[in-house]
Design a protein around this ligand. Structure first.
Ligand code: SF4
Length: 431
């Protein structure tokens, strides 16, 4: 878990009058680091291996977050680099090379190896991008070796996915100039969700659709000026920037959470491809209808309940928008580690100017505000959940929302149920 201790709070007047007021904070944070992303990234890219270069703490974090795989060969490990001074760096590089040699000899199924940096000072001194180049020269083309940082010095745990995907972008082939335009969906999605979206895009007539990351590393999609991309996750600032540098264009859209978000997200692609309104309605109507019917039950349980978000996953704004507009919950405060104004523009417009946002964290001040507000539910990191539960509050772990398939029409009710369940459980405990 990472903490930062710069103090300070400011309440910013909104730049645009329709934008909500934002409390900006820089104080102690309670968030997991980017290594956590390995948990879902290694499941998605099925021939990739994540070698954390870190300390025993990093090894414990990854092992306990990802669990022990009993039946399968694991696809993550930690090379422990500790207690080195600068004079020991040559040894550390040689040791890293030996670890990679042994790993790739034993595991010929690995096609993509990520060297994942961490925050201990011994590791920061190591130049992992140079190590990746050095090792790539030896193992290419059988194995591609890339590096990124999962360090806890960054904003929060979802930045690990952003750093990983941004590291993949330079390895994507260049799209031939004469190729028709293509759509790239960016961000880890569960396979079941990816398949649903693929079918919906095909029904809309948007045929050339790729996903980043791909399920196999050899299927890295091409990118170029003919690529339009849709972000599937709100925490991919670096990846988006890297794609734009390759000539790709982002399609502004809300995120595909809930009926409204999914429809807006699909519509952004449909509009860019000139799909007519009747076809769009015909393709989306069954999903919208199914989702609305399924949302009726959780809505009954959640409507009118007040919800408070601590900044953790960067999913907070789209989640609050969904819960407020489709379920009738009342967001008391919506905290996010970082608000990317451009990527969240559609979300903030839907959320409206009356919702209190906070950006960054000063955990003690936010705890004070949360206790004063006494919300019906608190969405927060694991480290805050138990103490708040002990104070009688109902909590939801934000990290669970990153692990679970929540995007698209057919997952909207499952997402709402994730919020309903802890409230129902507490009601039963109290009764
Ligand atoms: S990267 Fe840093 S914050 Fe993350 S587990 Fe390792 S030491 Fe802890």
């Amino acid at each position: 878990m990472s903490t930062a201790t710069t103090q300070g709070t400011s309440v910013g007047a909104a730049a645009a009058c329709a934008e909500p007021r934002v409390i900006r904070e820089r104080g102690q944070r309670e968030v997991f680091c980017g290594l956590t992303g390995i948990v879902w990234l290694h499941r998605k890219i099925q021939d990739a291996f994540f070698l954390v270069v870190g300390s025993r703490t990093c090894a414990h974090l990854v092992q306990s977050a990802a669990g022990v795989m009993i039946f399968a060969e694991p696809r993550f490990a930690t090379a422990i680099i500790e207690d080195r001074d600068l004079a020991g760096l040559a040894d550390a590089n040689a040791e890293l090379d030996r670890v990679v040699d042994r790993l790739l000899e034993r595991r010929p199924d690995i096609r993509l190896l990520f060297l994942v940096g961490s925050c201990p000072s011994e590791v920061i001194k190591l130049d992992l991008s140079r190590a990746a180049q050095r090792l790539s020269a030896r193992f290419a083309p059988q194995v591609r070796i890339l590096n990124y940082s999962g360090s806890g010095i960054e904003t929060t745990f979802t930045q690990g996915e952003d750093a990983c995907l941004a590291a993949l972008v330079p390895a994507m082939p260049a799209a031939p100039a004469l190729l028709p335009r293509s759509l790239l969906v960016v961000g880890c999605l569960a396979d079941v969700v990816e398949d649903q979206f693929r079918r919906q895009f095909a029904a809309l007539g948007v045929d050339a659709v790729d996903f980043l990351p791909p399920r196999r590393s050899g299927a890295l999609p091409a990118v170029g000026p003919g690529t339009s991309f849709l972000l599937a996750q709100p925490f991919l600032a670096e990846t988006a920037r890297a794609l734009e540098e390759r000539g790709a264009t982002r399609l502004p859209a809300p995120f595909p959470i809930g009926v409204e978000g999914t429809t807006g997200w699909l519509r952004a692609a449909a509009d860019a491809w000139g799909v007519d309104a009747a076809r769009f309605a015909a393709v989306t109507a069954p999903g919208i209808e199914r989702a609305r019917r399924a949302l009726a039950r959780p809505r009954e349980q959640l409507e009118g309940k007040r919800i408070f978000f601590f900044p953790d996953s960067q999913l907070e704004v789209p989640l609050a928008r969904f819960l407020a507009r489709e379920i009738g919950m009342v967001p008391v405060e919506v905290g996010s580690p970082y608000l990317h104004r451009a990527h969240l523009a559609a979300e903030l417009a839907l959320l409206g100017p009356d919702v209190q946002l906070s950006e960054g964290q000063d955990v003690e001040r936010q705890l004070d505000r949360c206790r004063a507000a006494r919300p019906d539910m608190v969405v927060c990191g694991l480290g805050l959940a138990n103490p708040l539960e002990a104070e009688g509050m109902t909590t939801k772990w934000s990290i669970e929302l990153v692990f679970t398939p929540i995007q698209g029409y057919d997952q909207a009710a499952d997402l709402a149920e994730l919020f309903a369940r802890p409230l129902v459980r507490r009601t039963r405990l109290v009764a």
